[in-house]
Design a protein around this ligand. Structure first.
Ligand SMILES: C[S@@+](CC[C@H](N)C(=O)[O-])C[C@H]1O[C@@H](n2cnc3c(N)ncnc32)[C@H](O)[C@@H]1O
Ligand code: SF4
Length: 489
């Protein structure tokens, strides 16, 4: 147990996430008084304000022995902007980082960054015309990133800019959620319903979604559509005729000629057949995902995916023959029972298929997934092996002429790493970039889908979520539409 006592500030979220990055499985408790401390470790993080300025003080005690005690002058921090709140936050967190880094064997390649979107910092600095050297210095000195992560961010941000700028408050992307799956994978916490149990609701769900899309269509007449993404769940888990009705509703409501990219996450091969793929192609879907997660059959069984690696290969060839311009494949690093050997097997089989996009996730042990309940039964690979596996994915991506084009991080991710999307030249998924960097409005339809309205002048978004239960989505659709309408006006 780690007890944490904050004095003079309340950056509880950031302190918790950073401490968790160094001590993954420890319980963390925030205390209101030093006498409540009852664990092996006590962290005191204090913000002192005096005539001399703001000072961050961190003390760490292990087994009642003081092992770290430092003061850090907040004024000396340079993050490329005079934002006192942000400088105080960086000062407090980087002082804690220095202490945890000293006492923990775990490394934190992302330094003090605990958020999901590390690229935002680089886009901000590029907006101000900062040079490469200055940006790398800020990332490594102030945010404590390892140089390879700083360089990765710089490279990706530069690749993304032509797709994000110029900003336009009248442009939007459309996300449509189909929250059905054949079975539940043990690591997954996305809102999704098993088709076996909820299959009887697919028609009513389709009716409600079509109704929502029609209403959104009449709300968005002043806006221009840019990309469409149908995700889930597994959109291809519902009958092809339902999915086709949804796609045609999109074309009925939005200008087809303006759509730059239309993705359908086909996902699991056990939901894909020739009829489904032909329907998608006939309806001008130009990007699909066929996701192995791993090409090792024993792991596929263990994680609850009822398909084999051979099914992946067959479906992939089928999609190639039909002629989809972009096929993406998702993999997860750090799945139970997998090490370097298994990831090499997976990557060499993917290399033979040669997809245009490859998305590499690092396993996140999420609350709400079945995996969280049974995590102790598995041997999870330690940080260094995860790191080697990630390096191997980079090597293979390089050989396959795939370059990193988007990146995000998640909470509870193994070994403090990241998720990276790779693409062949000019085959980057525009929706993924726009959604992650939050510089364009996303209007989202369907159960659990979250709309994000972008206000370019203030460079901020407003989240407008739909409810996460199937029945409630159907019952409360008008209420959710009214909320979208009010944010758009
Ligand atoms: C919303 S899922 C939908 C994909 C599709 N239903 C499928 O399973 O093929 C998108 C991707 O997130 C990744 N993912 C889901 N849960 C994860 C977790 N706990 N840790 C790491 N990656 C995860 C998987 O690679 C998955 O393909
Ligand atoms: S990973 Fe995909 S198929 Fe598996 S439960 Fe999650 S959304 Fe469904």
């Amino acid at each position: 147990m780690i007890s944490i006592y904050l004095i003079g500030h309340n950056f509880e979220y950031e302190i918790r996430e950073l401490t968790r990055a160094f001590f993954f499985n420890e319980d963390i408790k925030f205390i209101d008084d030093i006498y409540e401390s009852n664990g092996d470790m006590l962290i005191i993080s204090k913000l002192n304000s005096s005539a001399k300025g703001l000072i961050s003080i961190t003390e760490i005690y292990k087994d009642n022995q003081l092992v770290y005690n430092e003061r850090l002058d907040v004024d000396k921090i340079d993050i490329g902007k005079e934002d006192t709140y942000k400088k105080v936050k960086v000062g407090i967190i980087s002082n804690l980082y220095n202490g945890l880094n000293k006492i923990s064997p775990v490394e934190a390649p992302w330094g003090i960054l605990t958020g999901v979107r590390p690229l935002k910092i680089v886009h901000d600095l590029l907006d101000k015309n900062y040079s490469y050297e200055l940006i790398i210095n800020i990332l490594t000195d102030e945010y404590k990133l390892f140089p390879e992560k700083a360089n990765l961010l710089y490279k990706i941000a530069n690749k993304q800019r032509k797709y994000l700028y110029p900003l336009d408050d009248k442009r939007f992307s459309l996300y449509v959620a189909i929250p059905f799956c054949p079975t539940r994978c043990i690591y997954c916490s996305f809102p999704s319903c098993s088709i076996d149990r909820f299959g009887h609701m697919v028609d009513t769900y389709t009716d409600t979604l079509v109704y929502e899309l029609d209403k959104i269509g009449s709300m968005m007449t002043d806006y221009n559509i840019s990309t469409v993404y149908i995700g889930g769940g597994t959109p291809t888990a519902i009958p092809a005729k339902n999915l086709e009705r949804i796609i045609q509703t999109i074309y009925r409501n939005f200008d087809k000629d303006k759509i730059l990219e239309f993705t359908v996450e086909a996902g699991r091969p056990d939901t894909i057949n020739l009829e489904m793929l032909n329907m998608l192609k006939d309806n001008h879907v130009d990007r699909i995902s066929i996701n192995p997660q791993t090409m090792n059959d024993s792991t596929l069984k263990l994680i609850g995916r009822e398909h084999t690696s051979q099914d992946i290969v067959e479906v992939f060839h089928m999609a190639r023959k039909i002629g989809f311009p972009v096929i993406n494949m998702d993999l997860i690093i750090g799945l139970p029972s997998e090490g370097l050997r298994e990831i090499r097997t997976t990557l060499s089989r993917i290399e033979e298929l040669d997809p245009e996009n490859l998305t590499i996730h690092t396993l996140a042990v999420k609350r709400g997934s079945k995996f969280k309940e049974v995590v102790d039964q598995y041997q999870l690979e330690d940080q260094r092996i995860i790191e080697q596996m990630i390096k191997e994915t980079m090597n293979y991506a390089n050989r396959m002429e795939l370059e990193p084009y988007y990146l995000y991080r998640q909470k509870q991710m193994l070994g403090n790493f990241e998720n990276v999307g790779y693409a062949k030249k000019e085959k980057e998924c525009l929706y993924n970039i726009k959604m992650m960097e939050e510089k364009e409005t996303i209007i989202a339809a369907g159960m659990g889908a979250i709309s994000k309205i972008y206000y370019p002048k203030e460079d901020r978004i407003e989240r407008v979520p739909n409810v996460k239960s199937l029945q409630e989505y159907i019952d409360r659709i008008d209420e959710m539409l009214a909320r979208k309408r009010s944010f758009l006006s």
